[in-house]
Design a binder for this molecule. Structure first.
Ligand code: ADP
Length: 282
């Protein structure tokens, strides 16, 4: 079964001998991520998003409860390799993820370590670079690239491994607005055109809005789980846990409070434009 299952996940960072106390972060979290979905995990800083993400490919294992990846329990140390093959991780800082001096060599790096045939490596590297729109940069040096381009190369390196799931932990946090847009577009395309299952950890609302499903984490549990429209229509709730809502949703929320009859689940400027126009067309 190609899915990630999280059952009653509790996780505590242990304390140490120098007196650092243990930190209980995840407090009984349940989640099922089916194959093919674009899921955004949203929560304010320190809410436990990264800690959860690290459970998806067994960088961390539960204090209690289970995480099952494609039928394999992440506690099963003998299957660590299989789990990491199935769940690829992309982190915040592209500079920490790029190891080679030429783009295509970087994308090939993990495959070479796995002993994949050179012809197959060539095929997968070209394919992965095309999927992220970086094929024409294949012979460039990574340090010549922008942040967004580097992050797309890092994503290609993961794609070349052909994982079932790609988990991106705040992949745009260190990028400028243009880089953020590039990476988000790439992520959406991977999911829509190539069927890659995407788990995007983020604290940006405008990114979460683009997912199929949004899970909001707060205080170590799931506070809300639904479509972007279902989740973002709860403006007061999101604000109460330190999250913003998209600006346009906030504007509509305030207009509704003043009695303007607009639908409450507006997420985009285009939807807002159409709804306001409809008022005047009546
Ligand atoms: P988020 O990704 O939502 O910002 P994190 O999962 O990084 O949240 O962190 C959740 C909590 O766990 C925070 O209180 C953080 O200080 C704590 N934490 C994170 N990593 C460690 C660690 N290695 N040791 C102890 N506490 C940690």
């Amino acid at each position: 079964m190609k899915e990630i299952l999280v059952n009653d996940l509790v996780f505590e960072y242990p304390g140490d001998e120098e007196g650092t106390p243990p930190v209980l972060v995840l407090k009984g979290l349940n989640l099922q991520i089916p194959h093919g979905q674009f899921l955004a995990v949203l929560g304010h800083n320190g809410s436990g998003k990264s800690t959860l993400a690290k459970h998806f490919n067994a960088i961390l294992t539960p204090t209690s409860g289970d995480v099952i990846v494609c039928g394999i329990n992440t506690r099963d140390e003998d299957r660590l390799f299989d789990i990491r093959q199935q769940v690829g991780m992309v982190f915040q800082n592209p500079d920490n993820q790029i190891v080679a001096t030429i783009v295509e060599e970087d994308v090939a790096f993990a495959l070479e370590n796995l002993g994949v045939e050179p012809k197959e490596i060539r095929r997968r590297v070209d394919e992965a670079l095309k999927e992220v729109g970086m094929y024409q940069y294949r012979e460039h040096a990574p340090h010549q690239l922008s942040g967004g381009q580097k992050q797309r190369v890092a994503i290609a390196g993961i794609l070349a491994m052909r994982p079932d799931f790609i988990v991106l932990d705040e992949p745009t946090a260190m990028l400028d607005p243009r880089g953020r847009q590039e990476v988000l577009k790439t992520i959406r395309r991977l999911n829509r055109d190539y069927g890659t299952t995407v788990v995007l950890i983020t604290h940006y609302m405008d990114e979460a809005v683009q997912a199929d499903r949004v899970v909001v984490i707060d205080g170590g549990v799931i506070l809300r789980d639904g479509t972007p429209k279902e989740v973002f229509s709860q403006v007061e709730l999101l604000k109460s846990v330190g999250l913003d809502v998209p600006q346009v949703t906030e504007l509509v929320h305030e207009l509704r409070a003043e009695g303007v009859p607009l639908p409450e689940d507006i997420l985009t400027e285009e939807e807002c434009f159409q709804a306001i126009k409809a008022l005047f067309d009546k």
